[in-house]
Design a protein around this ligand. Structure first.
Ligand code: SAM
Length: 329
């Protein structure tokens, strides 16, 4: 098992399939993009499936989420998903995506056994989308969401990051729209993970503010506080339920004590925390001929070193050198 020194067990594996993205969301990367990893450094599909198999079959991973960068840009995605869902015991397999291209791929992904998707959508306004993501692709995201729903990849979850003065006035309308479509909306506090290092505590729209913005239009009551478990989102019943909204207060309401996540970057590094400043290199070991057992041992050792918390509030906090797009969100 992937147990750390505080007794937490990692069962939820987030795998970045590529660091590349076709959007340039301002809280993530600059408009000109980044220096992408050279192809030779990316894990191949076989290498990804080998490591995921070790995670599931030897290390107790029960959930696998493919992310990026933008995972739909990875040509072998459907193949990787179908090989993952064929593992024993079968893990829950989901995808975090910006939705561009999902209209084309949703059916094949569902046939490959994908359980669910989280689609990122920060605004209902195509002009705001262009300003925020530096690409004119709002309609593609909306079509991707509808296709995911049509393919049965439910519950379709929508991730939204609010930025002050850009889209924070849309909190209630985003929720109304998601309720109307039958999607489950989760707001994520903006985290210090942008490549430009432009995050500031003052600029962040906090969980408290998000709840205030929503409460002006909806009656929210805390839901499932007792069985929240390791879920990052605090969930609230909207107008008495059954519809819900989630708020992920990673910065102001950290949930590190219940964290069950471990990450694998597109270049084969294990990260025991989104904010870790150290990584453990499985790719080099694998390419040098390490056995599955040796790789599992390295992975166990990497998780054992996990710190108690992300420490954003600590004066000694250092933003990780890799941005969110390279780590895998
Ligand atoms: N490209 C995919 C997508 O858009 O969902 C997957 C990768 S993206 C890094 C995963 C999630 O991280 C998205 O919902 C995105 O909004 C969120 N994200 C990116 N940078 C963030 C930041 N600095 N703070 C909070 N969330 C962030």
């Amino acid at each position: 098992m992937l147990r750390d020194s505080f007794g937490r067990v990692a069962t939820d594996l987030r795998v970045s399939l590529t660091d590349k993205c076709n959007l340039r969301c301002t809280y993530c990367m600059p408009p000109e993009g980044l220096d992408w990893l050279p192809n030779a450094q990316l894990l191949t599909a076989d290498e990804i499936v080998r490591l995921v198999t070790i995670g599931v079959e030897r290390l107790g991973v029960t959930e696998v989420r493919y992310t990026g960068g933008e995972p739909l840009l990875r040509r072998e995605l459907v193949d990787i998903v179908s090989r993952t869902t064929a593992l024993t015991p079968k893990p829950q397999v989901s995808l975090t995506t910006n939705g561009i291209g999902l209209a084309r791929l949703a059916e094949s992904l569902a046939e490959a056994g994908l359980d669910r998707v989280n689609v990122s959508l920060d605004t209902l306004d195509p002009e705001t989308f262009k300003r925020l993501a530096h690409r004119d692709r709002h309609a593609d995201v909306i079509a991707g969401l509808a296709a995911a729903d049509g393919a049965g990849l439910r519950p379709v979850k929508v991730n939204a990051v609010l930025m002050r003065g850009v889209n924070d006035h849309e909190a209630a309308s985003l929720l109304r729209w998601c309720l109307d479509q039958g999607y489950e909306l989760r707001f994520i506090e903006q985290m210090p993970l942008d490549a430009q290092h432009g995050w500031s505590r003052e600029g962040m729209v906090t969980a408290d503010e998000i709840l205030d913005l929503l409460s002006a239009s909806f009656d929210l009551t805390a839901d499932d506080l007792e069985d929240r478990g390791s879920a990052p989102a605090e969930r609230f019943l909207v107008d008495g339920g059954p519809a819900r909204v989630g708020v992920i207060g990673s910065v102001t309401r950290p949930f590190c004590g219940a964290c069950d996540r471990v990450r694998l970057t597109a270049d084969g590094q294990v990260r025991n925390c989104l904010f870790a400043t150290e990584e453990s290199d499985l790719k080099t070991a694998m390419r040098a001929g390490a056995s599955d057992e040796e790789l599992a041992e390295r992975w166990i050792a990497a998780v054992a070193r996990k710190r108690a918390g992300h420490g954003i509030d600590d004066p000694s906090f250092l933003q990780p050198s890799r941005p969110m797009s390279a780590i895998g969100g």
